[in-house]
Design a protein around this ligand. Structure first.
Ligand code: HEC
Ligand code: HEC
Ligand code: HEC
Length: 462
């Protein structure tokens, strides 16, 4: 009798322990889903149905809609086994065997550990509410409509090796490397893309275009990258999206900060900083000074551009600046006293070698909420509560801002048109639009490139 009672008690304790264990897996999975920012792409902004899809990633090839990844068996991933879930995340293959486009960052998630995949699976299956709704479907133009072509791409470019810790480095460095290369997928935005849209591994994190935005060089280079930032500045930027007197996070980086980075533990943020410090420096020949170190004289005056001999369109640009921007950013670009409205002098978006982020900020504004603090800059495109600006106006305004508060140079009307059309088109797409049969081309160029790379490796003896 006593024995049976003891047995029942220990059984109950065992069940409770197993349940606690499962809860821990769900909690770890929840944290990992935040670190991996699954929400950013899989949730329609402003909707109350998390992970139900309805958000399109605009790729240079067209709009790619993220799937419903709630555990609905009909419209979501409810019928995925853990092995199938793992294959989707790390190899880019759906349950039905079809290939995902690399807009889903499986090239980064390939680095995820077995344990993390399993925890994520527990979280999605047990904690996320099923949403019985079909997400919009993707229709890319031919030949990209053929998902099979991704099989060739994967063969060439997908590195399916898991993350391997470097025993010569400490735990913080290894944790940072894992987060940056795996879950937090910094490279999918910050690494340049080569001809076939693969990340250019030789230049990891040295900057890449992202629609109309430009994800800057975040290597340890002191001029072209963030080598001159202090540890504290990098940590603060990742946690809050702003460093007074230096940089703010707008566009896709604002989303990464809002949904993901601001919600990581201090320890993880500091590991990321440790790792970033060690990323090999990649210089930017176009960068004369760090992006946050313009103009040459702190706080400009209206005459300075003329002194530097670049007084082009100043009249118009200045009038536009005074009318549209100065009320918040100050007539001399000094920002408001409390810097809620940031200075435009010593500002990386203004001082960067490319004017892309300045143009993008004018066209889309800034809207970011972190720790309940909301920052808002209106956009100057159609549908804004402020007067929209024409391409010509944006060009002369941006030229004025660059000349007065940044590195100088003219922003052309063509630059603005490209931004409005969704950013620079990659060479691959240009080839397709002039009628080259890109499908075959992709395979041939890919094969040649791969062969070169391999023979180059061999020559180096690797
Ligand atoms: C940068 C955007 C982005 C992020 C971040 C992202 N996904 Fe995706 N995901 C996509 C897109 C886009 C697709 C659909 C791609 C396609 O149609 O080929 C997709 C597809 C999927 C699929 C395939 C579902 C199906 O059957 O169609 C799964 C599973 C998935 N994602 C899970 C996740 C999980 C889990 C995370 C976080 C660990 C995540 N995704 C993060 C963009 C993203
Ligand atoms: C979805 C794309 C995306 C992802 C993911 C992303 N970034 Fe960014 N990042 C950007 C863009 C775009 C900017 C420019 C933002 C601006 O100026 O408003 C930026 C800016 C930055 C800056 C400021 C650079 C400067 O010169 O002002 C740092 C530092 C940075 N990112 C680090 C990271 C790290 C570290 C990760 C990964 C943990 C990461 N980012 C992930 C797109 C991204
Ligand atoms: C109503 C006030 C307001 C007006 C008007 C305004 N801004 Fe801003 N601006 C802001 C705020 C707020 C931020 C974001 C601050 C932050 O991120 O902490 C910002 C950020 C910026 C940034 C940095 C963005 C980034 O992502 O790095 C630039 C550049 C900028 N503004 C330029 C302009 C220009 C040019 C104009 C005129 C066309 C303008 N602003 C008009 C309030 C304003």
């Amino acid at each position: 009798m006593k024995r049976a009672l003891l047995f029942a008690l220990s059984l109950a304790a065992g069940v409770a322990a197993a349940a606690a264990h499962a809860d821990e897996a769900v909690e770890r999975g929840r944290y990992l889903s935040i670190a991996s920012d699954c929400m950013a792409c899989h949730t329609k902004p402003g909707s109350d149905t998390p992970y139900a899809g309805g958000y399109a990633i605009s790729s240079p090839l067209g709009q790619i809609w993220a799937s419903n990844i709630t555990p609905s068996t009909k419209f979501g991933i409810g019928s995925y086994t853990e092995a199938e879930f793992s294959r989707a995340l790390r190899e880019g293959i759906r349950k039905d065997g079809s290939h995902l486009y690399p807009a889903m960052p499986y090239t980064a998630y390939a680095k995820l550990s077995e344990q993390d995949i399993s925890d994520l699976y527990a979280y999605f299956m047990k904690e996320v509410k099923p949403v019985e709704k079909l997400a919009p479907q993707t229709h890319l133009p031919f030949p990209f409509s053929i998902r099979k072509s991704m099989a060739v791409w994967n063969l060439l470019f997908l590195d399916t090796s898991r993350f391997a810790p470097d025993p010569s480095k400490d735990a913080a460095w290894n944790r940072g490397a894992y987060l940056v290369e795996g879950p937090a997928h910094c490279a999918s935005c910050h690494s340049p893309r080569a001809l076939l849209m693969q990340e250019d591994a030789g230049k990891a994190l040295s900057g890449g275009s992202l629609g109309m935005w430009y994800a800057p060089n975040i290597t340890s280079d002191k001029v072209g990258g963030i080598g001159a930032w202090t540890d504290q500045e990098i940590a603060q930027y990742l946690r809050t999206g702003r460093v007074v007197g230096k940089a703010q996070a707008g566009g896709p980086m604002a989303e990464a900060v809002e949904h993901s980075l601001s919600r990581l533990t201090d320890e993880d943020i500091s590991s990321i900083v440790t790792y970033l410090r060690s990323v090999p420096a990649v210089a930017d020949p176009a960068a004369e000074r760090p992006a946050g170190a313009w103009p040459l004289r702190g706080g400009s005056t209206a005459g300075e551009a003329a002194i530097r001999g670049t007084g082009v369109q100043l009249g118009n640009g200045q009038a536009l600046y005074d009318g549209a921007c100065a009320s918040c950013h100050g007539t001399k670009g000094e920002g408001s006293d409390d810097q809620y409205y940031p200075a435009l002098v010593h500002n990386t978006a203004v001082g960067a070698p490319t004017p892309q982020n300045l143009i993008a900020t004018i066209l889309t504004g800034v809207d970011r909420t972190v720790d309940g603090k909301h920052v808002l800059m209106p956009h100057f495109s159609a549908g804004s509560y402020v007067q929209p600006l024409t391409d010509e106006e944006v060009a002369s305004l941006a030229s004025y801002v660059r000349q007065e508060f940044g590195p100088g140079g003219d922003v052309s009307v063509a630059d603005v048109k490209i931004a409005r059309a969704g950013g620079p088109k990659p060479l691959l797409l240009k080839l397709v639009s002039i009628g080259l049969p890109a499908g075959g081309l992709v395979v041939v160029i890919g094969a040649i490139w791969f062969w070169f790379r391999r023979s180059a490796k061999k020559k180096r003896g690797g």
